[in-house]
Design a protein around this ligand. Structure first.
Ligand code: SAH
Ligand code: SF4
Length: 356
């Protein structure tokens, strides 16, 4: 039964649900198949994106996120431009290939200009060699265009869930938190020429297995270039923490996340897929499992040490006490554990995007 599904070229919602429910030997077969597809379509390499967390100041109030506006229990920071450039230089010297600038969402001219000039300066200091991904939330077309023209060429904006009703339970019901706006932004990014990535959180309160199948079909339908998805991890200083009695045990959320990656690899064979740090927050093997099952991107955190403890989107975030050097050494170990090779100094752009 499972073999029959695994050998199909296209998957119905029911097929995906069956795969999501696979356990034991069936689950093993799923992972074997996704590993095979990964080898065939994107190869054995994992590519690096040094993650720089620019700021935990955020104008939004997502119910699940530890750096939401109304959390008064954290110290807010904005790392200095020199520190961002230092981190980028570090990534360049270590042959990381690319950096990701991620930040709380701010819509202001000052923020737009700052990111624009950081992107330009990172390009300059690396002779155009460092690839740049941005993950700076919802912005206007103009802002996205400015950042693209400055030299950023990939953008990550998670839809969080493709289910509108669930989305509205995870966010305040106001103009700032609109599912439709998120979709509109994804279309803008694609239109402007960014390699466009999205993703979701897995194991959210009220999330049903059918919703996860819809999420995968949504990604296929939108024809994304990249995906970053991982388990939802509750944070005590957020409203969503009250719903923790509804959650699957954390190991189940991890397992489900790896299955989601494996199934997406079957559905969208040539996209880039990240083994997110949230996977590792649960279990150190998590990211290695994710790479084996289909992920081909790692995002080592290279944010200067003193700020890292303040950028906690979720509880127990790994790597918050290490320095960047440690993260770099851990990567080699992680790749070995997963039987993969690191594509040092390579951009490792989405094959799906390049093939369009
Ligand atoms: N502000 C930007 C980028 C930073 S947040 C944005 O929201 O797009 C990046 C991602 O962190 C979010 O998209 C969300 O999926 C994830 N995240 C936030 N809180 C989380 C939690 N409690 N558990 C797991 N992932 C979380
Ligand atoms: Fe801000 Fe992003 Fe967290 Fe929402 S998920 S509160 S937009 S940082």
């Amino acid at each position: 039964m499972i073999n029959e599904i695994l050998n199909k070229d296209s998957f119905s919602k029911q097929d995906i649900i069956t795969l999501l429910k696979a356990e034991g030997d069936d689950m093993k077969l799923l992972f074997e198949k996704s590993a095979e597809i990964k080898q065939k379509y994107v190869g054995n390499k994992v590519y690096l994106r040094g993650l720089i967390e620019l700021s935990n100041i955020c104008s939004k109030n997502c119910y699940y996120c530890g750096i939401r506006r109304d959390n008064n229990n954290i110290q807010r920071f904005l790392i200095r431009d020199e520190e961002v450039l230092e981190a980028a230089k570090f990534a360049f010297e270590k042959k990381f290939g690319s950096v990701v600038i991620q930040t709380g969402e701010l819509q202001s001219i000052k923020n737009t200009k700052r990111i624009e000039s950081l992107v330009k300066e990172i390009k300059e200091l690396s002779n155009g060699k460092l690839g740049i991904t941005l993950s700076c939330g919802e912005q206007t077309e103009d802002v996205y265009r400015r950042w693209y023209e400055a030299g950023a060429h990939r953008y990550l904006l998670r839809i969080e869930t493709s289910n509108k009703k669930l989305y509205s339970r995870l966010h305040p019901k106001d103009k700032l938190h609109k599912w439709e706006k998120r979709i509109e932004c994804l279309h803008l990014l694609k239109k402007l020429g960014f390699q466009t990535g999205t993703g979701i959180m897995i194991g959210l309160p009220y999330q049903k297995i059918e919703y996860l199948a819809d999420d995968l079909l949504f990604m296929k339908e939108f024809d994304i270039d990249m995906c970053g998805m991982g388990p939802y991890i509750e944070h005590p200083d957020t409203p969503m923490f009250k719903k923790r009695h509804l959650l699957l045990p954390i190991e189940e959320r991890l397992k489900l996340s790896i299955k989601m990656l494996a199934i997406l690899r079957l559905i969208m064979k040539d996209i880039n897929m990240a083994a997110t740090t949230a996977l590792q927050a649960i279990n150190i093997e998590g990211r290695a499992d994710a790479i084996r099952a289909g992920a081909n991107i790692l995002m080592p955190n290279i944010t200067p040490g003193i700020y890292r403890n303040s950028y906690k989107l979720y509880d127990n975030k790994p790597g918050t006490n290490e320095n960047a050097e440690d993260s770099a050494a851990n990567l080699a170990q992680l790749a070995r554990l997963a039987g993969a090779e690191i594509g040092y100094g390579e951009w490792g752009d989405s094959k799906r995007f390049m093939g369009r």
